[in-house]
Design a protein around this ligand. Sequence first.
Ligand SMILES: Nc1ncnc2c1ncn2[C@@H]1O[C@H](COP(=O)(O)OP(=O)(O)O)[C@@H](O)[C@H]1O
Ligand SMILES: [Mg+2]
Length: 295
Amino acid sequence: MSPVPVSEVVLASCAKLPEGDGDERALPDALAEVGVSARWAPWDDPGVDFAAADLVIVRSTWDYTDRRDEFLAWCDRAPGLRNPARVVRWNTDKAYLPELAAAGVPAVPTELVAPGVTPAWPDVEFVLKPAVGVGSIGAARFVPGARDEAERHLATLHGAGHTVLVQPYQSHVDAEGETALVFFGGIYSHAFTKGAMLTGSDLDGSGLYVSERLGVAEPEPAFRRVAEDVLDAAAGVLGVPRGELLYARVDLLRGVDGAPLLLELELTEPSLGFRYADPAAPLRFASAVRRQLAG
Ligand SMILES: Nc1ncnc2c1ncn2[C@@H]1O[C@H](COP(=O)(O)OP(=O)(O)O)[C@@H](O)[C@H]1O
Ligand SMILES: [Mg+2]
């Protein structure tokens, strides 16, 4: 006889990828093993009562970027949302990067450029990308001489209402990619690598993200250390114990001096790279979910 589930959780996806991109295929079974019944549902499906679920775990909700207000309002209506709505509100705007830098985190130098404002154009290769964005959509790289092209891209992003990030291009990414370190309930689980994205790569068939080249990673100690510091700093800024963050992904790349820099902290809808982790990673996720259900 199979045990009666102790609770029901919804894994929130989007209409185009209702069960995610396949990376999380093992999660429902891993959750069932510890008595948690899980099902997928697109976040904007009006037929689903998200408020009634014990937990709503934000996963592949990758189509919210053009309607962030609607998405955040949906987050506010699900009391069991993980990560919590307040965390999602903060984390879906890359304005958190300068904030974490001010808290002492080594982050990629970032200038935020609101619509109507002209940036101080860098004299090195640089990146423009929207402050609200996923899957590399809207991110582009420019050589210092390509001012006209950059101004056009800036105008397009501003025209769509985006605040824009200007960052120096971190060229070590070309050879070694970025390293994504994954935490469940504030505890390190595993890591994976992601190849450089701004190389003219193609969109995935869903149109929601640029196709990624991922791989297994064994991060060096300096990367592990900075990732831990990033989680502590974020927990400090948010005023939550880091153990309350059901999942977190810290994306680091190597700066010009060789030391790790924060590119992105993902507390909203990160791919968690289960395909590149050891087989127990979904069980660690399931255990962190059980801990959250215990309150
Ligand atoms: N400053 C940068 N230097 C080098 N590569 C960058 C830089 N900013 C972005 N990229 C590339 O663009 C991709 C997308 O940017 P990112 O900040 O991770 O936004 P998101 O993943 O939310 O779309 C990264 O995975 C990386 O390959
Ligand atoms: Mg990213």
